[in-house]
Write a protein that binds this ligand. Structure first.
Ligand code: GLN
Length: 482
């Protein structure tokens, strides 16, 4: 059962090959036997899952089931889950039981999906390796001495090891796409505003976006159908019709114009990765697409711009963790100032503190114009690159990450870690959608092909990804031992 995609599980449940209770038990057992090695879950919601499965089985037999009813799913621990610990990978929220469900969680629950648990992540989603979590690093199932990517590393590792058939992730600068690439999954970062951020703990609000992490594009389409759509509880949610993502998966891609930005194939890209990406692009040519060299000249500005904007927004968002209303509180505070200082000093980890300090500095009076305002202008310039490119091509392709998964502890200085997001960050600055799909292996380690689209073109990206997955089988590979 555990090797099946969501589309196959839906069929199996309908054909009564197995019940949701049996299916849920199978995944819970797998989590128990394998997660000691991987560390992909912070919380396992066993009792709740079995109850939801029972409920789902009832719906499946009385005719009230929806398409995804009875299918298990893991939630990144950044989504608030009513009555369940929601830690965001931080000691600060280690004792936090969310009083309500995030919109995404609520929608999946309503659809009858079964939540298996909450997945490990970089603290407050800050990281590219899942090493900043208070709950310890997640290990990549393809090589347990390597990172799964971050910040949605727990979700990626859980699905790669088939401890869950799919999971949610969030992407502020690459955190769905990069771990998907490093763990051989399909990961879709939707257009900013397509998926509600309500109840998704904020890191950098103008960049954060939730999305699905799945085995296939077909599965991503199924999850997007539930996640996408207007939510009046999120002021940046866009009120725009949600297309039928599954309906266009098989559309022909003949004549489609693919842009290859030369800046994404520079000397920073490992030659072996470049070779695999070229091979994937050839598959698209065989499918009838045409290839065009393009330029996104301001790509180089994206990492420095992001590392002013994201810390600035995080310093503001994280000011709410003051030890007073919820979250970690230091012991025996001497006075109010001591309470603030020690609660934050003891509750946050090093990377989060670094970002709060950078962000506070960039926003302080006297520096605001020089840093934050300047970064906002650069953000526009980076976005304009895409606007111009999409006048000439339909989608843009390149690598998701410059290299396959790196070793645990290998990138100890923050700058080299930050630079590993060079191909993903511009997408967030512009707010456009992008997908990463499995595109081959280097010494047993997976790499990802990234496809970027214009605003609200998720259906086109899923169609492109699905057509490729019809003629390749990289996405079917499962790490040995799982
Ligand atoms: N790696 C980037 C960072 O550390 C992006 C993280 C994310 O997308 N949440 O901020």
């Amino acid at each position: 059962m555990h090797t099946k995609t969501i589309a196959e599980l839906i069929q199996g449940l309908r054909a009564k090959e197995f019940s949701s209770e049996e299916l849920t038990r199978c995944y819970l057992d797998r989590i128990k036997s394998f997660d000691k090695q991987v560390n992909s879950f912070v919380t396992i919601t066993e009792e709740q899952a079995m109850q939801a499965a029972k409920q789902a089985d009832k719906r499946l037999s009385d005719g009230t089931a929806e398409l995804l009813t009875g299918v298990p799913l893991a939630q990144k621990d950044i989504f608030c889950t009513s009555g369940v610990k929601t830690s965001c990978g931080s000691k600060m929220l280690d004792n936090f039981i969310a009083p309500y469900d995030a919109t995404t969680v609520e929608r999946f629950n309503k659809a009858g999906m079964v939540m298996l648990g909450k997945t490990n992540m970089d603290e407050f989603a800050m990281g590219s390796s899942n090493e900043t979590s208070y709950y310890g690093p997640v290990r990549n199932p393809w090589d347990l001495n390597r990172v799964p990517g971050g910040s949605s590393g727990g979700s990626a590792a859980a699905v790669a090891a088939r401890l869950a058939p799919a999971a949610t992730g969030t992407d502020t600068g690459g955190s769905i796409r990069q771990p998907a690439a490093l763990c051989n999954l399909t990961g879709l970062k939707p257009t900013y505003g397509r998926v509600s951020r309500y109840g998704m703990i904020a890191f950098a609000s103008s960049l954060d976006q939730g999305g699905p992490m799945t085995q296939t594009a077909e599965d991503a389409a199924l999850l997007m159908q539930v996640m996408a759509g207007f939510d009046q509880k999120d002021s940046t949610s866009v009120d725009r019709e949600v297309p039928d993502y599954s309906a266009t998966l098989n559309d022909s891609i003949k004549g489609l114009r693919i842009g290859l930005p030369k800046e994404y194939f520079d000397e920073g890209l490992e030659p072996e990765v470049a070779k695999l990406i070229q091979a994937a692009i050839q598959e698209y040519e065989k499918l009838g697409a045409t290839i065009h060299e393009i330029s996104l000249p301001e790509t180089k500005l994206s990492v420095p711009t992001y590392y002013v904007i994201a810390p600035a927004e995080c310093s503001s968002n994280l000011s709410r963790y003051d030890g007073v209303r919820f979250g970690y509180r230091c012991e025996n505070p001497q006075n109010l100032e001591d309470l603030y200082k020690r609660s934050r000093g003891e509750g946050f980890g090093a990377e989060v503190k670094r970002r709060i300090m950078i962000g506070t500095y960039a926003l302080s009076s006297g520096y605001y114009d020089a840093y934050y305002l300047k970064a906002q202008k650069l953000r526009r310039i980076v976005s304009d690159d895409f606007r111009k490119a999409f006048a000439e091509v339909d989608v843009i392709m390149g690598p998701t990450s410059p290299s396959p998964a790196f070793g645990l502890g290998a990138k100890s200085d923050p700058i080299s870690m930050y630079l590993s997001d060079i191909y993903t960050i511009a997408v967030n600055l512009a707010g456009i959608p992008a997908i990463s799909i499995p595109a081959g292996f280097i010494n047993g380690l997976p790499i990802g092909l990234q496809i970027m689209g214009n605003y609200f073109n998720e259906a086109k990206l899923l169609n492109m990804a699905h057509r490729y997955q019809q003629v390749t089988d990289w996405h079917k590979k499962i790490p040995a031992g799982f």
